[in-house]
Design a protein around this ligand. Structure first.
Ligand SMILES: [Cu+2]
Length: 503
C-alpha cells in the first residue's frame, strides 16, 4: 500500500490557475477509505463537504514478481452517497493499483464469482444471440491495456471467457523495454465490456522504469487518478445495457468531485487513466499548464508544457503539476450534456510554501519507441469505421462488417505497417489496438511522432499511423474504445503468424 508520498521542499514561477480563491466548497472529510461510504450525495457534491482524493490500495512487485488474486463479483458500496450494487474487481468501485518494474512478471489469478451466465463462448453461432449484441454480463476476462505482451494464453488473450466460479491464471512477462508509465487493466469480454468497465471492473497498472529515477520526478508526490463513469438505475444497479447511455457525473477513484491537496510550490506527479466507457475528456486547470511526461505510458522525447490534455476512453497521461498561489481550482475534464463545465475534482493549494524544482528535458525509457521510417514500411492498409443497418438496429462496423470470429486479418511477424483509418460517422471512435503501440503520422489531435495505443478518430476525420508487429505471434484485436460501440461490433481480430507461413 505504499503511496510513496514524500515531503520535500519546492516552487514555481507560474501561478496555479486564475486565483479563484475559496468557493462555497466547505470543510474536508478525512481520508476516504474503500468500502466506507463517502459523505457526499450527488445533490450536495457541488457545495461540499468534499472528500479528499483517496488512493486505491496497491500491490507492488518484489524481486521481479507480482502475484495477485482478484475476484470478479458484485460490490456493494456507496457511490456519492447512493448505495449501489455493481460488478467489480474485489468489491469496490475500482480495482487495486498494480505496480511493477519493466522486466517483471505479473501473475494474476482471476476468479469469476459473478452469478451463473448461460453464455458458453465468445462466438456463439446462435443467430438469436449474435456476436455483436450486449450479452455475457456475468462472464468476464482480463486485458492489460497497453502492455507489449503475448496475446496468447496464459497472457493477454481477450478472446477467452471465464465462466461462473472458474479461475483463469494469467502470466504476463513484461519486457525490459516496456516504456515506463501508466497503463491499466480492465474486463474485455466482447458483449459486456462497456457494462463491466463502466461498473468499475478496471484498475491502474503502473510500470516503473528509467523515468521514475529522475530525481525531480522521484521527489514528486504521486496521485493515481482514475476517471470512471459508473451508471446505475434508481435501484443502484446496472442490469440494463441502456442505462449506460444515460448522462451522469465523472467519478475519480470511486469518489465524486474529490479534493486534491497541494502546497504552494509543490510538484505532484499525476497518473491519469480514462477508464470511462465512452467519455471523451479534455483536461484543463484554468490557465495553468501541465508538464506532460508520458502519453499512454510512452515517455515523450522530452517534457512538454501543455494547456490541455485530451484523453479519450483508454488513454492515460503522466503529468507533473506544480502548484502556485493558494486557492481552490477546478479540474475541468470536458462539458456535460448541457454544455457546462464537467468538473472531476478540485485542487486546493494551501499551507507552507514548498519550493520544488519542476523537471524539464529529455526523457529516458524510449528503447521500444524507435521512429518508423517510410522506407521501413512493408504494407499499407486503409480502414473504414462506419455503421451498417438502420437507425433502430444499426451495427458498428470496420470495413463494412461488424466483428466476426471467422475472419482475422493475417499479418506476418515483423511486418511494419502504415494504416489510414477513416471515420464515416458523426460520432467519435477512439481507435485502440492491443499488444503493439503505434506512432502517429497525422490526425488524432496529437503531434505527429507521438506514440500511443489509443487515439481519437473524430467524426468524418481520418488518422494515419505506423506500427511494428513485433515479438509476438497470436490473435488479438483492435477496436473502438467507446466500449458500447465495441460491444455492438466495432472490433476486428488480427492474427500475427510466423514470417513465411503466408504463401
Ligand atoms: Cu466508436
Amino acid at each position: 500500500m505504499s503511496n510513496r508520498n514524500r515531503k520535500l521542499p519546492g516552487i514555481d514561477r507560474r501561478t496555479l490557475l486564475m486565483g479563484m480563491g475559496a468557493t462555497a466548497l466547505g470543510g474536508v472529510v478525512g481520508c476516504a477509505r474503500w468500502g466506507v461510504p463517502t459523505q457526499v450525495s450527488s445533490a450536495l457534491a457541488a457545495v461540499g463537504p468534499q472528500p479528499e482524493l483517496a488512493q486505491p490500495p496497491e500491490e507492488v512487485s518484489r524481486d521481479g514478481l507480482l502475484r495477485v488474486q482478484m475476484e470478479a463479483k458484485y460490490g456493494r458500496y456507496d457511490l456519492a452517497g447512493r448505495p449501489v450494487m455493481l460488478r467489480s474487481f474485489d468489491g469496490g468501485p475500482l480495482g487495486r493499483t498494480l505496480r511493477v518494474q519493466a522486466g517483471d512478471q505479473l501473475r494474476l489469478s482471476l476468479h469469476n464469482r459473478l452469478p451463473y451466465d448461460p453464455l458458453e463462448a465468445l462466438c456463439t453461432a446462435v443467430p438469436e444471440i449474435g456476436d455483436n449484441t450486449p450479452r455475457g454480463f456475468n462472464v468476464t476476462n482480463m486485458h492489460v491495456h497497453g502492455l507489449h505482451v503475448s496475446p496468447d494464453s496464459p497472457a493477454d488473450n481477450v478472446l477467452l471467457l471465464i465462466r461462473h466460479d472458474e479461475r483463469q491464471h494469467y502470466v504476463y512477462d513484461i519486457p525490459e523495454d516496456q516504456p515506463p508509465g501508466t497503463y491499466f487493466y480492465h474486463a474485455h469480454f466482447h458483449g459486456s465490456v462497456a457494462l463491466q468497465v463502466a461498473s468499475g471492473m478496471a484498475g491502474a497498472l503502473i510500470v516503473e522504469g528509467k523515468v521514475d529515477r529522475i530525481p525531480e520526478i522521484r521527489a514528486a508526490r504521486e496521485q493515481v487518478i482514475v476517471f470512471q463513469t459508473q451508471r446505475f438505475d434508481d435501484d443502484g444497479v446496472c442490469e440494463d445495457y441502456r442505462v449506460l447511455a444515460q448522462p451522469g457525473p465523472v467519478y475519480v477513484n470511486g469518489q465524486l468531485r474529490p479534493l486534491i491537496r497541494m502546497q504552494p510550490g509543490e510538484v505532484q506527479r499525476w497518473r491519469l487513466v480514462n477508464a470511462s466507457h465512452q467519455l471523451n475528456m479534455e483536461l484543463a486547470l484554468g490557465d495553468h499548464q501541465f508538464t506532460a511526461l508520458c502519453y499512454d505510458g510512452n515517455p515523450l522525447y522530452e517534457t512538454k508544457r501543455v494547456d490541455q490534455v485530451p484523453m479519450v476512453p483508454g488513454n492515460r497521461a503522466d503529468l507533473l503539476v506544480k502548484a502556485g498561489k493558494p486557492g481552490r481550482y477546478p479540474l475541468v475534464v470536458g462539458k456535460d450534456a448541457d454544455g457546462r463545465d464537467l468538473i472531476a475534482a478540485d485542487i486546493e493549494v494551501q499551507g507552507e510554501v514548498r519550493e520544488m524544482p519542476l523537471f524539464s528535458g529529455r526523457l529516458p525509457g524510449r528503447e521500444m519507441l524507435k521512429d518508423i521510417d517510410e522506407k521501413d514500411v512493408t504494407f499499407g492498409r486503409r480502414l473504414e469505421f462506419g455503421l451498417a443497418g438502420n437507425i433502430s438496429g444499426n451495427k458498428y462496423t470496420i470495413n463494412g462488417l461488424p466483428f466476426s470470429c471467422e475472419d482475422p486479418w493475417l499479418i506476418p511477424l515483423g511486418a511494419v505497417e502504415e494504416w489510414e483509418v477513416y471515420n464515416h460517422t458523426a460520432e467519435s471512435h477512439p481507435f485502440h489496438i492491443h499488444v503493439n503501440p503505434f506512432q502517429m503520422l497525422s490526425g488524432g489531435n496529437v503531434p505527429p511522432g507521438t506514440w500511443l495505443d489509443t487515439v481519437n478518430l473524430a467524426p468524418f476525420q481520418r488518422i494515419r499511423f505506423r506500427t511494428r508487429f513485433e515479438n509476438y505471434t497470436g490473435t488479438f484485436v483492435f477496436h473502438c474504445h467507446n466500449l458500447t460501440h465495441e460491444d455492438l461490433g466495432m472490433m476486428q481480430a488480427v492474427r500475427v503468424v510466423p514470417p513465411g507461413s503466408l504463401a
